[in-house]
Design a binder for this molecule. Structure first.
Ligand code: E4P
Length: 218
């Protein structure tokens, strides 16, 4: 399973990349706002750090303007993956970006299995179901990931499931158990994956016992 980091914070991306935790990056208009930077500059900086796909989102809601924005975003770097919303215009743009611009497309704001089916038929590289936001409304976000996995496997769709709006380490575990191809999570959630109290306790005991031996390695 690939790990994407869901942020436009360049410093965080650099640090996580050094740790080998970044297979790609997802951004959205809210994350660009939070970064305080301009979309073209921030996206370029991220693409200079990360080898894998860096999702940059169009903000237009109609096809012609979506395509104009997609062309601008695509010029920023070769690994920019164009993110489009799950609307009829977005699906049309998905097809056109794949066929005419030859770029990867991440179809975002997916909240149902039928929407994911449409995105796969439009040739999406990634489908982004938002599990956290579904949980917030009383639905089970992970159930949607299971449904999409089954549908994509039934028809051998190549679109990758990119579990998004991840809020907890349990989301990551569940996504991995179901067979999500990718998860995108905020930096803090990716870092939290390493934590276990028994690891901390065990390490403290080993360090203390080692000090008592008076030995050194190297
Ligand atoms: C994914 O691409 C989105 O940027 C993100 O996962 C949304 O997460 P949120 O629901 O925590 O804003």
């Amino acid at each position: 399973m690939k790990f994407f980091v869901d942020t436009a914070d360049v410093k965080e991306i650099k640090e996580l990349n050094h740790l080998g935790l970044v297979d790609g990056v997802t951004t959205n208009p809210s994350l660009i706002l939070k970064s305080g930077g301009k979309i073209a500059e921030v996206t370029k900086q991220i693409c200079d750090i990360v080898e894998g796909p860096v999702s940059a989102e169009v903000v237009a809601t109609e096809f012609p303007q979506m395509m104009k924005e997609a062309e601008v975003l695509a010029k920023i770097a070769r690994n920019v993956c164009i993110k489009v919303p799950l609307t009829l215009d977005g699906l049309r743009a998905c097809r056109a970006i794949r066929n005419d611009l030859g770029r990867q497309v991440n179809v975002t704001l997916c909240f149902s299995a039928n929407q994911a089916l449409l995105a796969a038929k439009a040739g999406a590289t990634f489908i982004s179901p938002f599990v956290g936001r579904l949980d917030d409304t009383g639905f089970d976000g992970m159930e949607l990931i299971s449904e999409i996995r089954t549908i994509y496997d039934n028809y051998d769709f190549k679109t990758e499931i990119l579990t998004a709006s991840v809020r907890t380490v349990n989301h990551v575990k569940q996504a991995a158990l179901i067979g999500s191809d990718v998860i995108t999570a905020p930096p803090a959630t990716l870092r939290a994956l390493v934590s276990h109290p028994l690891t901390d306790k065990g390490l403290a005991a080993f360090v203390a016992d080692w000090a008592k031996t008076g030995q050194k390695i190297g």
